[in-house]
Design a protein around this ligand. Sequence first.
Ligand SMILES: CC(=O)N[C@H]1[C@@H](OP(=O)(O)OP(=O)(O)OC[C@H]2O[C@@H](n3ccc(=O)[nH]c3=O)[C@H](O)[C@@H]2O)O[C@H](CO)[C@@H](O)[C@@H]1O[C@H](C)C(=O)N[C@@H](C)C(=O)N[C@H](CCC(=O)O)C(=O)O
Ligand SMILES: Nc1ncnc2c1ncn2[C@@H]1O[C@H](COP(=O)(O)OP(=O)(O)OP(=O)(O)O)[C@@H](O)[C@H]1O
Ligand SMILES: N[C@H](CCC[C@H](N)C(=O)O)C(=O)O
Ligand SMILES: [Mg+2]
Length: 490
Amino acid sequence: MAKTLSELGLTVKAGRDLPISGLAVDSRKVQENMLFAALPGVNVHGGEFIQYALRMGATAILTDRQGAAIAADCIAEYDPAVVIAEDPRQALAYAAALWFGQQPQATVAVTGTNGKTSVTSFTRQIWQLMGYDAINLGTTGVEGDWECPSPNTTPEPITLHKMLGDAAAAGITHCAMEASSHGLAQRRMDGVRLVAAGFTNFTQDHLDYHATFEDYFAAKAGLFTRILSEDGVAVVNIDDAKGIEVETLCAERGIDVMRVGRSDAADLRILGQRFDATGQDIRVDFVGNIYQLRLNLIGGFQADNVMAAAGLVMASGGDPEEVFSCLTELTGVRGRMEHAATRGNGAAVFVDYAHTPDAVSTAIKALRPHVMGRVVAVIGAGGDRDAGKRILMGQAAAEHADVVFVTDDNPRSEDPAQIRAAIMEGAPNAIEVADRSEAILRAVDALQAGDALIVCGKGHETSQIIGDVTYPFDDVEQASISVAALDGAL
Ligand SMILES: CC(=O)N[C@H]1[C@@H](OP(=O)(O)OP(=O)(O)OC[C@H]2O[C@@H](n3ccc(=O)[nH]c3=O)[C@H](O)[C@@H]2O)O[C@H](CO)[C@@H](O)[C@@H]1O[C@H](C)C(=O)N[C@@H](C)C(=O)N[C@H](CCC(=O)O)C(=O)O
Ligand SMILES: Nc1ncnc2c1ncn2[C@@H]1O[C@H](COP(=O)(O)OP(=O)(O)OP(=O)(O)O)[C@@H](O)[C@H]1O
Ligand SMILES: N[C@H](CCC[C@H](N)C(=O)O)C(=O)O
Ligand SMILES: [Mg+2]
């Protein structure tokens, strides 16, 4: 199914409006008659690869002035149709949306530093419980009534719109997707039509990629200032100071805002929470109607995520009574406050994906009211990621846990000892154990009756990246093995 460049919203010189056979963002994936999008990158300008794309058979190039200048000689030689765009990433996003054509009718997106995967999963689960064919798309891949892996939390537009198109063709009507700050900054989802968008919270992460906090926030705000249209609804956590800013940005565009939070000003408000060993009971006010319900989820913050999800479902047309009646059926997301094992003495082990300072403190604090004894934490931090967050993660763990083990996460290309040293600066009394399996074993061994352990940082991940090598590794599995080894089942 060839489409012409103009059918993809791309403007070229008269007589050059060619039909193309597909889109590629990577020169190595170009085939005959494709359009190659040569994008300005972090490492290199994609213009450097135009020559290879043309040799592979590309007949159209989408780039900016710089890309065209880099490849001027080979463009003159091969004479492809050339589309020069001010913002080629955005032009590619729109073109990919038009190329694949379809997406689930009710698509919502969630941004924020923490909670995106959780909120999108809960949103998908609520829709499924209401009888819709639904998916969530993000860090854990595409899950629900149609599944596939995803290379990124928010994939680049060609991959993203293929997923959305295939899901829609398979009958999926509802989709909740994650909007990562990288994805937003790189315009990956500018072609997605949204009925609603959610904002969870804003704290430190990714300052390796975004130059400043302001840039990081500006990227996230783009979901509300650029992608959500005026007739969409924003579901915003107003307990977060940046949530108030998002509300103002939405008001400036006339976008309706559903305010979620614990303060009096919230439309969807958590009034009270009571915790026990397996979950919590919550009391909620939605525009004057009171609901009291059970959540089989560990951690007070999960109630905030559930409310954001309920808000998104209602913002996209869900009946409140039906939505609230589903919430008690929700199950936790893999690797988010997931109960992994219990020792013979009753001490429980949880695995959580806390990989930011705020997530570490939120997750450890959240465990406290479910636990009678001490809270033990295992933490680490990823290599080739925001180095400034390491000491803060150490401080967060030292402040909120009774015993802290510092270990390796995914060191990637960095020296693991240096990453641990940075965390130890924030948690000087922590016990340092380089090997992650050994750290988990020793932390499990430290558990007395009434205690609980939280293993932070890798959540659902099933591998550990050390240098260039990816080894199989699963925190939940390691926790079970440790418990079995220590309690005699092995
Ligand atoms: C840092 C970052 O976000 N990089 C993304 C960016 O790459 P880039 O353009 O900067 O790459 P580059 O190496 O400078 O290359 C420039 C261009 O040349 C092209 N190229 C390169 C080599 C070649 O042989 N041929 C070729 O055509 C590349 O496809 C690219 O278009 O644009 C690419 C195409 O859209 C993305 O695939 C790539 O994401 C990489 C894979 C990535 O891992 N990104 C991570 C950091 C990321 O996006 N993470 C967020 C989650 C963050 C969170 O936790 O919240 C996510 O959404 O997954
Ligand atoms: N509402 C929240 N407030 C604070 N911390 C949270 C919240 N929800 C989740 N977290 C913490 O953040 C961790 C990651 O949660 P989740 O995977 O849902 O976030 P995410 O935004 O999708 O992360 P990523 O940026 O990796 O995609 C959880 O394991 C938990 O420790
Ligand atoms: N999406 C996040 C996940 C971090 C998970 C942690 N285990 C790490 O490797 O740093 C990132 O790529 O920064
Ligand atoms: Mg995520």
